[in-house]
Ligand binder design. Sequence first.
Ligand code: AMP
Length: 498
Amino acid sequence: MTTFADLGLSQKVLSAVTDAGYNTPTPIQAGAIPPALERRDILGIAQTGTGKTASFVLPMLTLLEKGRARARMPRTLILEPTRELAAQVAENFEKYGKNHKLNVALLIGGVSFDEQDRKLERGADVLICTPGRLLDHCERGKLLMTGVEILVIDEADRMLDMGFIPDIERIAKMIPFTRQTLFFSATMPPEIQKLADQFLQNPTRIEVAPPSSTAKTVTQRLVACHNKDYEKRSKLRDLIRAQDDLKNAIIFCNRKKDVADLFRSLDRHGFSVGALHGDMDQRSRTTMLANFKANAITLLVASDVAARGLDIPDVSHVFNFDVPIHAEDYVHRIGRTGRAGRSGAAFTLVTRSDTKFLDAIEKLIDKKIDWLDGDVSALPAPAESDEPQRGRGKGRDRDRGGRGKSRSHKPDTRREDTAEAVAVQEAPETARTESVAVENQRVEHRKPQGGRHQGRPYPANDDHRERRRRRDDDDGPTPVGFGDDIPAFMLIVANAKI
Ligand code: AMP
């Protein structure tokens, strides 16, 4: 069996790997590290959870032991699609680079330029960036890319989904042709293959798992429901409550607005819940993630963009509040549970209008997913509502506005007769307690007791839509009533290092 010592890594790196408690390299590590150390280009087809981060961090650390960084001239560059992934890679450098004295600079949006400038001025051995922020620094004349010896493009298929490819092409043009390029993607659609052909020279190709497979340890079920949001939310609550073995769960929505809506709904229904979407400021995102990892929050409602690739070990359940539009996203979502051979459960809410997307998923994973209680054709006629019938009509929304939470956009009338309106109406205005931080490790089924969170509405700004799309953004308009102002109780940092 291959050991880390067989791969050609330096003593400093080997000692840090031993301290991290890893004995055996994962297949992507065993396949990528030796050629990376020989300065070969790498095409790694691997999903997160396979140990792919260490497969480029460990050889980079070894190679960086020779040479020194110069001011404003980074020696290596790692491009990540989201801020969280970039931060995770930085943590990997901290963990595996603890015996090195390397300057690692993290350039991500949502953080002030000044501190980042200072790090660049000192000379960065490793620059970890989201593409938008890197280009911002370049445009400000703070960076010279001509010293970059190693370029890592991580999660290339995600970069494609997020519209980052033109940015990456621009960045790659600034870096000398003689560089070494390490390119990773979970899937290889034709556009990504084209990009790999363009960026890589005679690469070593390592493919560790079929990109379209879901782990055998995950029990997958489809749950038929009507397509009204309030019915889906009600069904989801029932499902969550029915899970005896639920330790923690990620609930995926297709759009960030729905992330915000669902978060508010679950919060009002007394669940221990947090949310993660691309419009939240960096501090909120980081804290939310830390709280989830530390089990201070049991449920995390998330968009694909925000959750992609996050290293959250041991999630017991995944719920797809929406059937993902891109079939590959299903594989990624499900991949959040059942990691490292553990068992997991994944439930997907399916409405009649989702059948096209469901077909695509079943085709991709090459198997039929079982229904929990009959398919959509077995659904009873749509219920009026399984929530109390009070609180209906337009007056409700006006009432909400009258309680000091003016909405800065035209109300979505479809939502006015939802459980949401009822719940808001009934919720007393007392401040919510710090229950999220203290009542951990189980799903709370208590009755709603607190008032609404302190989220301040902020309007969607279409002028900036294009710009935001280019950055780490998820689909859909900016959510109303949830964003930069996360309720204070959710920002209590749990004891988790992320
Ligand atoms: P990644 O695919 O890079 O997101 O890594 C997934 C998880 O696997 C992380 O928690 C790593 O710390 C862990 N990991 C990385 N390499 C190994 C290894 N050789 N053995 C066991 N776990 C590992």
